[in-house]
Ligand binder design. Structure first.
Ligand SMILES: [Zn+2]
Length: 90
């Protein structure tokens, strides 16, 4: 059986958290810079805890780090600065 589903951008959308996750695990928040499943979980999904949330698989989420949650404003600024300087190479 062949499946023609090799679209380069297949987004998973979480209707509960209102975010989308790309195939390679990048989470696109409605506001702010993209993050990881871990960050999404730390900030949204662990509070949502509703059936239908697509980001409840701990194996996919991985380990939560301090930077994934809302620690300090300073932390957020650092992350934003970092994402501005890191370039995506295709
Ligand atoms: Zn979710």
């Amino acid at each position: 059986m062949t499946m023609d589903r090799n679209n380069s951008k297949s987004l998973q959308v979480c209707p509960i958290c209102n975010i989308s996750i790309t195939e390679d695990g990048q989470v696109n928040f409605s506001t702010g810079s993209p993050g990881t499943r871990a960050r999404l979980y730390a900030r949204v999904c662990q509070f949502a805890q509703k059936p239908g949330c697509i980001n409840q698989d701990s194996e996919l989420i991985g380990e939560l780090t301090r930077g994934d949650g809302f620690e300090t404003g300073e932390e957020l600024v650092k992350q934003m600065t970092f994402s501005n300087t890191s370039r995506q190479t295709n």
